[in-house]
Design a protein around this ligand. Structure first.
Ligand code: APR
Ligand code: ZN
Ligand code: ZN
Length: 358
């Protein structure tokens, strides 16, 4: 039996229950979690903004130790430390063969199949990962090995916030040295994007969040400016970028109005990169003049346009060289029964990442 935080109904509590993991099948791996971050996408799955079969064990930003491997698994063995990839590429489909593994046609396959039972009833793994559990069973493709000297609590953050936020800047926006970058939304993803912009050599990094208490942390991670959002946001950002607008805006909230603000905040010819995953009922509007006239680019970005197997080692190089501060992203630590508390902090925009420690 494995302790897990189980969501049984939309907007319901995530109560800690005992689940029975399915036996480890061919190509699968059982991982004992050391830590899991609580991401806004977990909240979006729990409130129905993103779809998820229930009951489910959410949690997709995890790291831990391999305890058992199924038939045919060659890349990891018991005892290995791994970060979990919630969008594991099959390496064989059209997208995988065309260098876009983050859009793999089979990345969602594990989401539709139960990974455990509770009282005989099937239980699904949120984003195919199920990291809000002491142990989980995932495909071997979902395990990215990390060296044993990397603290697993910090490694967990790589699994979503850091791959997504840094990747958005380096892989999707492709920010070049000297460019100006606005980062809208300073949760785990946005704070990682700020660090990505600093690593990329941005000349100005404008951090945007309604919570003024995010300023100090944002500046410590590389932000050169901080501003709270409002109708004047695009104008204020133009004021900070020589009247032009930012070369890049990175949207890390997932709302129509912030996506629109990100677009309006860039210069003519600039690029807005949208990381936030919002609601299908929340539109973003453009008028028929401005799209061609401003000649901007809007880039959608899944999982930071990364290949975790390639990008996790790169991020670890930044971490070892002191360029990537993972610990700073964690504002709160809780036990498995603290997911609800993390959700309420997130709803009110308080804190950065809450980390579950097992
Ligand atoms: N303008 C700017 N920031 C905002 C606004 C706004 N109008 N409204 C909310 N925010 C801030 C919040 O104050 C919070 O600091 O956005 C931040 C969001 O942080 P988290 O809830 O921790 O979200 P995170 O996990 O970082 O994910 C961000 O990326 O992967 C997606 O689904 C995820 O859409 C979500 C986004
Ligand atoms: Zn996430
Ligand atoms: Zn594929």
């Amino acid at each position: 039996m494995t302790a897990a935080a189980v969501l049984r109904a939309l907007d319901g509590p995530l109560a800690v229950e005992e689940i029975e993991l399915n036996p480890v099948g061919p190509g699968q791996v059982r991982v004992r979690l050391a830590a899991a971050g609580v991401c806004h996408s977990d909240l979006s799955l729990a409130n129905g903004t993103l779809r998820q079969p229930l009951p489910a064990v959410l949690g997709h930003e995890g790291a831990g130790v391999v305890v058992e491997t199924g038939e045919g698994v060659a890349d990891v063995k018991p005892g290995d430390h791994v970060v979990l990839n919630w969008s594991p590429p099959c390496r064989a489909c059209w997208y995988c063969e065309h260098g876009e593994p983050y859009l793999c046609l089979h990345a969602d396959d594990a989401r539709a199949v139960p990974f455990a039972t509770a009282g005989g009833e099937p239980v699904y793994a949120g984003l195919g990962t199920g990291a809000f559990a002491a142990e989980t069973v995932v495909g071997a493709h979902a395990c990215i090995p990390v060296p044993a000297d990397i603290p697993l609590a910090e490694a967990a953050l790589l699994g979503c916030a850091v791959l997504t936020g840094v990747g958005a800047v380096t892989n999707a926006a492709k920010v070049r040295p000297g460019q100006t970058v606005a980062v809208i939304g300073l949760g785990g993803v946005g704070l990682a994007a700020i660090q990505g912009a600093r690593i990329a050599g941005a000349s100005a990094i404008i951090a945007v969040d309604p919570a003024p208490d995010k300023e100090e942390l944002a500046r410590s991670l590389g932000a050169t400016h901080f501003v709270t959002p409002g109708e004047r946001l695009p104008k204020e950002i133009r004021g900070m970028t020589g009247g032009l607008g930012a070369d890049h805006a990175i949207e890390c909230v997932g709302r129509g109005d912030t996506i629109r603000a990100a677009w309006s905040a860039t210069r003519r010819g600039g690029t807005a990169t949208v990381v936030g995953l919002g609601s299908a009922q929340d539109p973003v509007t453009f008028n028929a003049l401005e799209v061609a006239y401003f000649a901007r680019t809007i880039v959608g970005c899944m999982y930071g346009s990364t290949d975790p197997a390639v990008d996790v080692p790169l991020l670890l190089e930044h971490y070892r060289a002191g360029r990537l501060n993972l610990a700073a992203l964690v504002s709160d630590e809780v036990g498995l029964d603290g997911v609800g508390e993390a959700f309420s902090r997130m709803r009110s925009g308080r804190g950065a990442r809450t980390l579950i420690r097992f």
